[in-house]
Design a protein around this ligand. Structure first.
Ligand SMILES: [Zn+2]
Ligand SMILES: [Zn+2]
Length: 380
């Protein structure tokens, strides 16, 4: 319902006090005041006077000095969050847009890794140019105060008025999620992606917390177990496809392998296991009992019958599965228990794939460790 909603700037008033000291050197102080009720947080970047961001500033606490500018003559530019306390970001590699905390490490769509200031959104870049222009002009004038009124910007949202030249707003995306590894809030296009702070994928959390419980609920509510088996295998197939798509982009592979990973399904467990084991050393069935493996393999074959043949055994099923307990045209059924067991096994396999993937593309440790420490402190 709230997809792609324009999110107002957090507002406030930015004042530059331009002054000249006793030796004739000119300098300025920045003040930011906000009396609005919405959340507001702030970051800062170093920018060339032409308005080009060239470095992040670690603002730190009171009394702790800033990191030095990468070049002499840079302006420090304060950038405020949107009115939900988040920052819009733009990926210079894939052109993707998302919102999250102040300083992302990677793009949630393509895993491009860069310094925080390189991910500024287009709206923020426009604002940085305006800020630098105002400051340059202020230096050309007399000592005194110069104002950038961001309240005007915040108020101009959804108004049919001429927006200020330095108008800034962000846009809500489709999936807001707290990363399970580091707790960062990410707001991304579509459903699946990397956490932009720690680079952990969100697919496993989604599968574990939403997909599997939703199918279990349907089973409890009396839905046909055959439908649930079919949907469980289909969800697992989509889950695998997300990782496969990433591997196809991130790992150098031959064209037939890229095509296999991106254009075909993962409904045949034996085939799927071979691919991930042989190409990426990821064992989907690690830690599973042999009987569990056989049973899930059979369910993958049965999915075909429930999906395409109304629950009646066909020759393809007999050939593919080697199942000797049923005959051609026989209608087959599942029990609730089988469906629940299948979901449990699929979750184990999903974890094997997720953690195997992150062995190849390790998450960023610092924010994960920080979140662990915070949980520990709160536990005490
Ligand atoms: Zn990207
Ligand atoms: Zn994270």
């Amino acid at each position: 319902m709230t997809d792609f909603k324009e999110i107002a700037h957090s507002g406030g008033k930015i004042t530059f006090s331009i002054m000249t000291d006793s030796e004739g050197r000119r300098g300025f102080q920045v003040g930011i005041r906000s009396s609005r009720p919405n959340p507001m947080s702030m970051i800062a970047v170093y920018a060339l006077p032409q308005g080009i961001p060239v470095g992040s500033i670690q603002l730190g606490g009171i009394g702790s000095p800033w990191n030095p500018a990468p070049f002499p003559g840079c302006y420090p530019v304060m950038i405020q969050s949107d009115s939900e306390g988040r920052f819009g970001h733009h990926c210079p590699s894939c052109d993707g847009y998302w919102r999250s905390g102040p300083w992302p490490n990677v793009c949630p769509y393509c895993l491009f890794n860069a310094e925080g200031y390189q991910f500024l959104s287009n709206a923020q870049r426009g604002f940085v140019r305006h800020y630098c222009d105002v400051l340059t002009q202020a230096f050309e004038g007399e000592d005194g105060e110069v104002l950038i009124d961001m309240d005007l910007v915040a108020d101009a949202i959804n108004q049919e008025v001429d927006k200020p030249r330095f108008y800034v707003s962000e846009q809500s995306q489709q999936r807001k999620f707290n990363c399970i590894a580091c707790d960062e809030v990410n707001d991304i296009l579509g459903r699946f992606g990397y956490c932009s702070l720690c680079a952990t994928r969100n697919d496993l959390a989604d599968f574990e917390m939403f997909t599997v419980p939703a199918i279990r609920e349907r089973l409890k509510a009396g839905a046909p177990p055959e439908d649930c088996v079919r949907d469980a295998v289909a969800s697992f197939d989509s889950f695998v496809a997300q990782y496969a798509k990433q591997l196809a982009v991130l790992v150098p592979l031959t064209e037939p392998r890229v095509n296999r990973l991106t254009k075909q399904r993962f409904h045949n467990l034996k085939d799927c296991r071979t691919i991930f084991k042989n190409w990426f050393d990821i064992e989907l069935c690690a830690g599973l009992k042999e009987s569990e493996c056989r049973s899930v393999e059979l369910m993958f074959h049965r999915r075909h019958i429930y999906e395409h043949n109304g629950g009646e055994v066909d020759q393809k099923y007999l050939d593919d599965s080697g199942d000797k307990t049923v005959k051609l045209k026989q209608a087959i059924y599942e029990s609730k228990e089988t469906a629940h067991d299948l979901l449990g096994t699929l979750l184990k396999m999903a974890k094997n794939l997720h953690y195997g993937f992150h062995v190849l593309f390790p998450p960023i440790d610092a924010p994960i460790q920080e979140f662990k420490d915070k949980k520990k402190r709160m536990g005490k």
